[in-house]
Every structure is written in structure tokens, then in C-alpha cells.
Design a protein around this ligand. Structure first.
Ligand code: TYM
Length: 336
């Protein structure tokens, strides 16, 4: 039997943050040799909220370079750009027509973002999870490694695939593979540095709320120095009234390569003044090799272009095959 297939993606926004790294990329890297992996830069998703057309292309490049800088290995993975493969948009349309509207209206992320945008909310924002379902189903993905916030969208993908299979497939021959989310406990939900009850997010207007993978050491130091804490001495993972404490200890655990119990013991009597320099140091050290590798890759546009060109060819072959399969069961006249 061949390897199981993994598909995942991140929206291009110019820079990725620790949430994207710990919730997604780090897990892609750690398990990549066990799977046949497809990682896309989901630039079609990036326009579901108001975007800047003058930076979209360079942000797309940055994402792809960061995938490589974080350790994605082309021996195991195909890296490609979502908009380079027309099948993503086409399958979205086909899936739209079998997806009940109220399934989309229920999505937590839609509800949260729609509130912020008021009357300007686009059909694209509502439809975003169907595009994500198309991304996954086009590649027959078995596994979708994501952070906690995307779990509901992967569950929706399963429901859409199940519905298409029920309506148009047969019991012995399902049309679409039903994927499983893969969510790692530690880092699945990295919280904002300015409010431990909110997740770290690219859309937070304050850059002080997140640590970006390309932030220079001085900026990381400043962000950790100013981040929200509490007046209590002694640090713990277990107090639900201290969300910032849990979040910062979790970051320290991950970047220091210690276990939760080792960190709990080490920090139980510490004050913030003692803890923050430790967190700063391990964070800077963890990001340094990524930043160095990123500089090398982004300076070699020719190389990055060739990676994306090859990625497009490999991904397109798989995507087109699955798109044809869906069109066939829906009864379309094949092109002559
Ligand atoms: P996006 O671009 O918002 O986030 C990319 C990945 O980062 C994870 N993530 C986090 N994890 C932990 N803590 C956080 N604070 C945090 N913020 C973000 C997300 O869970 C995600 O794994 N629609 C998706 C992208 C997408 C996709 C796909 C993912 C499009 N098609 C197909 C998987 C499969 C999105 O906007 O993620």
C-alpha cells in the first residue's frame, strides 16, 4: 500500500505567525516523511476579506519560501499555489450546488468575521469553507493537519463529501475520500500576546498581539516584554483565570523542547521578570534558523519559481483527475 496523503494550506499575508507555525507547519514538517504531502498557498482564500492587490503576489512568494525555510522537504512534499490550478475554483462551484446554505451560516469563523465586516461581508467569505473543501477533496487527502480553529471546516468537508457520495456514488465506490483532521494538542490554539482569551491572528490590528516568524530578535524581545501578564507570582498551566500564563508557558514548553511537567516544575515559583527573558531566548533561538534559511530562499527567485512550477504540474495532474471523476458522476458531457 502507498503512503497516505496529506493536504494543508495557509493564506498568504506577507508573514506567518507562531500560531500558523505551531498549529500547522511544524506538524507538517514533523510527520512529512510518513506521508505523500501537498501543501498549498491558498491565495484564493486571501481575497475573502479586503486585500491589497499590490502585495498579494509577493506575499504568496513569502509563504512558499517560509514553507521551505521551516523545513518542508521536496523529497516528500509538493508545494503549489492554489490559484494556479483552475480545478479548485471549478470544484468549488460544483460543491456549492450540493451544499445547504445553513451549513455555511453555522460556521463559527464566518459568524465572527461577518460581525466585524457588517454590511460589506462578501459571498466569498460565506463560501470560504466550500473552497477549502474543494482544496482537500481534489487531492483525495486522508489527513488534514490544521490548528483547532479549522477543525469545523474539516468536519464540514467530511459532510460535503459524504453528501456527494450518498447522492451520486455507490456504496462500494464512493466518489470522494472522507478526510480526517489532524490536530496536535500543544500549539493547536496559540493565543494573542495582548489578550489570552483571543487566538493569535493575522487580522488583529495590533502587531504587538503576535510574534511573526520573520520578526527580528529585538522586536521579539519587545513584544514579549510588553505582552499581557498578571500580578500573580508563581506560574502555572492549570488556572483557568490565567489564560496568558497558560499560553506563555505553552510557548516556552514547545520552544525549549521540555515536557509540560518539567516546565510546570521549573516555573512554579517564578515571577514574570524571571520568566520573560527565558521565553525570549528560546523563541529567538527557535526562529533564527528559519529566518536564515528564508533569506537564502527569497533571494533566489529563480529557484522558488521552479519549485512552484513543478508543484503546479504535479498537483494539477492529481486535481484534474479527481475533478473529472466528480463531473462524470454529476452527469456532465465530457469535452470532445
Ligand atoms: P489560516 O491561513 O488562517 O491558518 C493557517 C493554519 O494555521 C493555523 N492557525 C493557528 N493554529 C494555532 N493557533 C493559532 N492562533 C492559529 N492561527 C492559525 C490554522 O488552524 C491553519 O491550520 N482556510 C484555512 C486555510 C486552508 C486550508 C485548506 C487548510 C485553505 N484550504 C485546506 C487545510 C486544508 C485558513 O484560512 O487558515
Amino acid at each position: 500500500m502507498g503512503k497516505q496523503r496529506v493536504l494543508s494550506g495557509i493564506q498568504p499575508t506577507g508573514n506567518l505567525h507562531l500560531g500558523n507555525y505551531l498549529g500547522a507547519i511544524r506538524n507538517w514538517v514533523e510527520t512529512q516523511s510518513n506521508y505523500d504531502n501537498f501543501f498549498c498557498v491558498v491565495d484564493l482564500h486571501a481575497i475573502t476579506v479586503p486585500h491589497n492587490p499590490t502585495t498579494l503576489a509577493s506575499d504568496t512568494f513569502t509563504n512558499a519560501a517560509l514553507y521551505l525555510a521551516c523545513g518542508i522537504d521536496l523529497q516528500y512534499a509538493t508545494i503549489f499555489v492554489q490559484s494556479h490550478i483552475a480545478a479548485h475554483s471549478e470544484l468549488t462551484w460544483l460543491l456549492n450546488c450540493i451544499t445547504p446554505l445553513n451549513w455555511l451560516e453555522r460556521m463559527i469563523q464566518f459568524k465572527e468575521k461577518a460581525v466585524k465586516q457588517g454590511e460589506n461581508v462578501s459571498v466569498g467569505l460565506l463560501d470560504y469553507p466550500v473552497l477549502m473543501a474543494a482544496d482537500i477533496l481534489l487531492y483525495d487527502a486522508d489527513i488534514v493537519p490544521v490548528g483547532e480553529d479549522q477543525k469545523q471546516h474539516v468536519e464540514l468537508t467530511r459532510d460535503i463529501a459524504g453528501r456527494l457520495n450518498d447522492k451520486f456514488g455507490s456504496k462500494d465506490e464512493p466518489v470522494l475520500k472522507i478526510p480526517e483532521p489532524m490536530i496536535r494538542k500543544e500549539g493547536a490554539r496559540v493565543m494573542s500576546l495582548t489578550d489570552g482569551n483571543k487566538k493569535m491572528s493575522k487580522s488583529d490590528p495590533s502587531d504587538m498581539s503576535r510574534i511573526n516568524l520573520l520578526d527580528p530578535p529585538e522586536l521579539i524581545q519587545k513584544k514579549i516584554k510588553r505582552c499581557k501578564t498578571d500580578p500573580v507570582k508563581g506560574l502555572t498551566f492549570d488556572d483557568p483565570d490565567r489564560p496568558e500564563c497558560k499560553n506563555l508557558l505553552t510557548l516556552y514548553t514547545v520552544f525549549s523542547n521540555k515536557t509540560t511537567s518539567e516546565v510546570a516544575e521549573q516555573c512554579q515559583d517564578m515571577g514574570w521578570g524571571q520568566f520573560k527573558p527565558l521565553l525570549t531566548e528560546v523563541t529567538i533561538d527557535a526562529l533564527k534558523p528559519i529566518q536564515e534559511k528564508y533569506k537564502e530562499i527569497i533571494d533566489d527567485k529563480g529557484y522558488l519559481n521552479s519549485v512552484l512550477k513543478e508543484g503546479k504540474e504535479k498537483a494539477e495532474a492529481v486535481a484534474n483527475q479527481n475533478l473529472s471523476k466528480v463531473k462524470k458522476v454529476l452527469g456532465y458531457l465530457p469535452p470532445l
